[in-house]
Design a protein around this ligand. Structure first.
Ligand SMILES: *[C@@H]1O[C@H](CO)[C@@H](O)[C@H](O)[C@H]1NC(C)=O
Ligand SMILES: *[C@@H]1O[C@H](CO)[C@@H](O)[C@H](O)[C@H]1NC(C)=O
Ligand SMILES: *[C@@H]1O[C@H](CO)[C@@H](O)[C@H](O)[C@H]1NC(C)=O
Ligand SMILES: *[C@@H]1O[C@H](CO)[C@@H](O)[C@H](O)[C@H]1NC(C)=O
Ligand SMILES: *[C@@H]1O[C@H](CO)[C@@H](O)[C@H](O)[C@H]1NC(C)=O
Ligand SMILES: *[C@@H]1O[C@H](CO)[C@@H](O)[C@H](O)[C@H]1NC(C)=O
Ligand SMILES: *[C@@H]1O[C@H](CO)[C@@H](O)[C@H](O)[C@H]1NC(C)=O
Ligand SMILES: *[C@@H]1O[C@H](CO)[C@@H](O)[C@H](O)[C@H]1NC(C)=O
Ligand SMILES: *[C@@H]1O[C@H](CO)[C@@H](O)[C@H](O)[C@H]1NC(C)=O
Ligand SMILES: *[C@@H]1O[C@H](CO)[C@@H](O)[C@H](O)[C@H]1NC(C)=O
Ligand SMILES: *[C@@H]1O[C@H](CO)[C@@H](O)[C@H](O)[C@H]1NC(C)=O
Ligand SMILES: CC(=O)N[C@H]1CO[C@H](CO)[C@@H](O)[C@@H]1O
Length: 577
């Protein structure tokens, strides 16, 4: 950046002078007409913006207009003004001293005419976030451009990549989120030595990423995500010592992180997720400024370097869906305002790092499907910021720290497929944000409090395959948002409670493999959204209530292995089961 600053300060007066030198017969008064044409093209969309744009006022006092000391218009600054209409480039480019056209975040439509090539003094062309159409015209006469921002502007077709060859002053190039014609990586970019910003995300690029990016040593941001790049990362990117953000996600990249990757010590955000990268990430241990590290859905192997536990800026760490092994660094997250970890679907072993919520900021703790052992560290019992606690399919065991059940911001608690034991506290007041409780396939035992979950916003309750006993709670009859109730594979006894029609959204009711007795309540016929009802392997008796024939959504119905007198009511949709 310092070189760029120098460039701006030292050369700006000279450029202005050069742009003026050619204006022989042009005078200030000639600038009113082009501006009024600009106004009339856009005015209807937001008259307020143009209230000062009247012939009675000096053009230089029009809102959004900046003039130089000689009274010539150098800037049109009207970003985020809800402007719509077609830009009259024939008029705009009559403003022969125009250096900056900033109209991002509007609703401009139509195309850019060839007249743009007359805007030869332009240094900043900012038209991103608009609804233009058609191709971007040749830009090679805009040799003074430093900033070209067209991201998410609606253009299409082939971008004039060749023009970039002439735009050697460019420091900021943003062409992402545009459906261009497919193109290989534009090699013209490799000559733009002043670039610090390169945003080419989601703009139909394909093929290999060439060597040469490493020469653009002022780069601070490279975003080439959401393209179809394949092959290996160019080895020379490790020369980009100023790089703060490197976004490579959602491509088809293979191979390993290049040798020397650890030299990118300025990196703050690194996202390589959704590729097929492999090898270890041992060089990441040098990237001590990293705040956000996304490597999920790749083929990475090896251990997470112990040094990541010392990183005191790391707040988001997402590495799910790889082949990592070994333990997580036990100090992970302890030195930072750590917010989120997702290390699911790897082969991690060892204990859960205890201090990730040390600063009370953590919201997501996802460690599903690994080989973690030990318990849930006591520290998380006072992590009141926690919203999602999901550790299913591990080898965790022991008692769940009591405070966990009381965390009031939790929306999901998923402890399934572990060896947890103990009881559900009698006083567990389900927080209003809790949607999912999955305790299935553990060793939980004891009874469920009668008024448990009363009036909550739960969507899924899965307590299956534990050793719970006693009566089913009556309370969930008024959990209006419930979609899944699975209490199967426990030791519940007593009768099935009346489940009233407030459970309109219930899709699945599984009470199988318990010791339930009594009749099947006719009120189950009120659960009109039910797709699956399994009451098998209990001690139910009597008849199947005729009301159940009203369950037209039912696709699975099982009442086998009970003591019912008649298996299935005749003459209804159950005949098909
Ligand atoms: C000049 O612009 C101001 C708003 O900035 C407006 O109130 C005023 O009416 C304009 N003057 C004339 C003569 O149009
Ligand atoms: C643009 O429109 C939105 C929605 O109508 C409005 O909230 C906003 O204030 C407008 N902005 C300007 C600068 O007029
Ligand atoms: C550009 O400027 C030249 C000379 O001022 C003029 O003749 C021409 O019509 C303008 N427009 C285009 C599209 O070249
Ligand atoms: C672009 O640059 C080339 C080589 O530097 C030059 O010959 C050509 O005139 C330039 N094009 C325009 C339109 O300025
Ligand atoms: C890619 O860009 C197109 C066009 O702007 C947009 O519609 C789409 O949502 C973008 N995709 C992503 C993943 O951002
Ligand atoms: C990068 O710089 C090296 C050394 O200055 C040079 O040999 C090479 O051609 C450059 N690569 C590109 C693609 O410009
Ligand atoms: C990383 O930086 C060190 C020290 O500056 C240097 O010796 C080494 O060659 C660099 N590695 C790579 C791969 O560029
Ligand atoms: C990581 O991979 C590199 C390159 O394959 C290898 O040299 C290094 O020993 C590996 N480091 C660890 C800790 O496995
Ligand atoms: C939780 O309690 C432990 C021990 O009392 C304390 O060190 C930690 O800072 C607390 N965490 C939060 C988020 O309050
Ligand atoms: C549990 O994890 C194992 C691997 O550890 C995996 O094979 C299995 O599919 C997972 N089970 C479920 C139900 O996700
Ligand atoms: C629920 O079903 C029972 C038995 O079929 C019926 O008598 C009752 O009216 C229904 N309840 C509601 C609230 O619809
Ligand atoms: C990421 C990026 O380059 N975003 C740019 C998108 O366009 C707007 C308006 O031109 C710019 O302000 C952003 O910087």
């Amino acid at each position: 950046m310092s070189a760029d600053h120098f460039f701006r300060r030292a050369l700006r007066p000279l450029l202005v002078f050069l742009c003026f030198f050619s204006l022989t017969s042009f005078s200030k008064s000639d600038e009113l007409q082009p501006l009024l044409e600009f106004e009339s093209a856009l005015q209807k969309s937001n008259p307020n913006v143009f209230s000062s744009w009247t012939p009675g006022n000096s053009t230089c006092s029009f809102s959004g207009i900046v003039c130089n000391s000689n009274g010539f218009v150098t800037e049109i600054n009207l970003p985020q003004q809800n402007l719509s209409g077609v830009l009259p480039f024939d008029s705009i480019c009559k403003l022969q001293a125009l250096e900056k056209l900033s109209l991002g975040f509007n609703f401009l439509h139509g195309g850019i005419s060839e007249d743009l090539k007359n805007c030869t003094c332009l240094q900043q062309l900012d038209l991103g976030w608009n609804s233009f159409s058609g191709k971007v015209p040749d830009l090679s006469s805009l040799g003074k451009l430093k900033l070209l921002s067209l991201n998410n502007s609606g253009f299409s077709g082939q971008f004039p990549w060749r023009s970039l060859e002439n735009l050697t002053s460019l420091t900021f190039l943003s062409l992402g989120d545009i459906v261009f014609e497919k193109s290989p990586f534009p090699v013209e970019v490799l000559k733009l030595e002043k670039l610090y910003w390169l945003y080419l995300s989601n703009c139909s690029l394909e093929g290999r990423i060439p060597e040469g990016l490493g020469n653009l040593t002022l780069l601070e941001n490279i975003d080439i995500s959401w393209n179809q790049f394949y092959g290996e990362l160019p080895g020379d990117i490790v020369k980009l010592k100023n790089l703060r953000q490197l976004e490579l996600y959602t491509n088809f990249l293979t191979g390993t992180l290049p040798v020397g990757f650890g030299n990118l010590t300025s990196l703050v955000n690194f996202d390589a997720s959704g590729n097929s990268l492999q090898g270890n990430i041992s060089e990441v241990r040098f990237l001590t400024n990293i705040a956000s590290l996304h490597l999920y859905e790749n083929q990475f192997t090896g251990e997470i370097p112990e040094e990541l536990g010392e990183f005191n800026k790391l707040v988001v760490f997402s590495i799910y869906g790889n082949k990592f092994t070994g333990p997580l660094p036990q100090k992970l997250g302890s030195g930072a305002d750590f917010v989120c970890i997702d290390a699911s679907e790897n082969f991690f072993t060892g204990p859960i790092p205890p201090d990730m919520c040390k600063n009370g900021k953590m919201t997501i703790l996802h460690l599903l499907q690994n080989g973690f052992t030990g318990g849930i560290p006591e520290n998380y019992a006072n992590c009141s910021s926690l919203q999602r606690l999901r550790v299913s399919n591990n080898s965790l065991s022991g008692l769940v720290p009591a405070g966990i059940w009381r965390l009031s911001n939790l929306s999901a608690i998923d402890l399934a497929m572990n060896n947890f034991e103990g009881t559900i506290p009698k006083t567990w007041a389900i927080g209003s944000s809790l949607r999912v409780i999955d305790l299935s396939e553990n060793q939980f035992q004891g009874t469920i409090p009668k008024t448990w979950a009363m009036g909550s916003s739960l969507v899924i309750i899965d307590l299956s395959e534990n050793q719970f006993q006693g009566q089913l709670p009556r309370s969930m009859t008024n959990c209006m948002m419930l979609e899944v109730i699975d209490f199967s594979g426990n030791r519940f006894d007593g009768e099935i409670p009346e489940l009233v029609e407030s459970l309109k959204g219930l899709h699945l009711l599984n009470l199988s493999n318990n010791a339930l007795t009594g009749h099947i309540p006719p009120s189950l016929g009120n659960l009109t959204s039910l797709e699956s009802m399994d009451l098998s392997q209990n001690k139910l008796f009597g008849e199947i209530p005729a009301q159940l024939t009203q369950l037209f959504s039912l696709e699975y119905f099982n009442v086998s292995n009970n003591r019912l007198t008649e298996a299935i009511p005749r003459g209804n949709q159950f005949d098909t089961f």
